[in-house]
Design a protein around this ligand. Structure first.
Ligand SMILES: Cc1cc2nc3c(=O)[nH]c(=O)nc-3n(C[C@H](O)[C@H](O)[C@H](O)COP(=O)(O)O)c2cc1C
Length: 205
């Protein structure tokens, strides 16, 4: 009897210890071979004061180490760029008539992923494509409907959000068109959509 109670207690303690392990990306394979990666909850406070981040925002075009961002940095970057910041589903950047018609993709060492504002990534393409798009730790790809006359303005808001997060976190970044078409015909975009511009982000040497 005592042994059973001890055994149950140690099981409970092990489960409690597991719950305390810091969140890291976990990859689950769905039946249709799509892969979903849950991200840690984004830190929605702290960071550098806004005026200081504005003062430090700049493009970095070299000296990337290529090392991966931490899961927390990745989650924070994506949330800052295009996350939901209100209970009604509105986001960190405005869109005309709140259509939210921008898709944010991120190229990591293990594929290209679509940002899901439910705080996850969904893999849409396998392979490491970062070298074709400027290197760094990752590439952000901004997709919009070709017919949306405001698409460029929307993307500009997003890449500025990302640039300010990078300034606040000491990460390098630059917006560019070199490698813009590297994934043409490979990335499964909705009909009539295109990648408008890309942004290299990364840890610096
Ligand atoms: C829409 C846009 C397109 C850009 N395209 C390129 C590019 O193709 N190649 C590049 O090296 N830099 C590119 N840049 C980065 C600019 O060269 C850089 O922002 C500019 O020199 C100002 O520097 P700063 O960002 O440090 O203020 C681009 C920036 C923007 C906003």
């Amino acid at each position: 009897m005592i042994r059973t109670i001890r055994h149950s207690l140690s099981m409970l303690l092990s489960l409690a210890a597991l719950a305390l392990v810091p969140a890291s990306p976990s990859v689950t394979h769905a039946a249709d071979k799509a892969v979903r990666m849950e991200l840690p909850t984004p830190a929605k406070s702290g960071g550098m004061p806004l005026m200081q981040a504005l003062n430090e925002r700049h493009s970095s075009k070299m000296n990337y180490s290529g090392a991966a961002l931490s899961p927390q940095q990745l989650s924070d970057l994506l949330w800052a760029t295009w996350g939901v910041n209100r209970p009604d589903g509105r986001r960190t950047a405005p869109t005309a008539m709140n259509r939210q018609d921008v898709r944010l993709y991120v190229a990591l060492e293990n594929g290209v992923w679509l940002y899901d504002t439910g705080n996850a990534l969904i893999r849409v393409l396998e392979g490491d494509w970062r070298a074709q798009m400027g290197g760094g730790s990752l590439t952000l790809l901004y997709a919009i409907p070709q017919a949306n006359e405001w698409g460029g303005a929307h993307v500009g808001s997003l890449y500025q959000n990302a640039g300010l997060y990078c300034a606040s976190s000491g990460l390098g970044n630059f917006v560019h068109v070199s490698g813009l078409h590297a994934l043409d015909g490979k990335l499964p975009l909705p009909d009539g959509w295109k990648i408008f511009i890309i942004q290299t982000v990364g840890l610096l040497k």
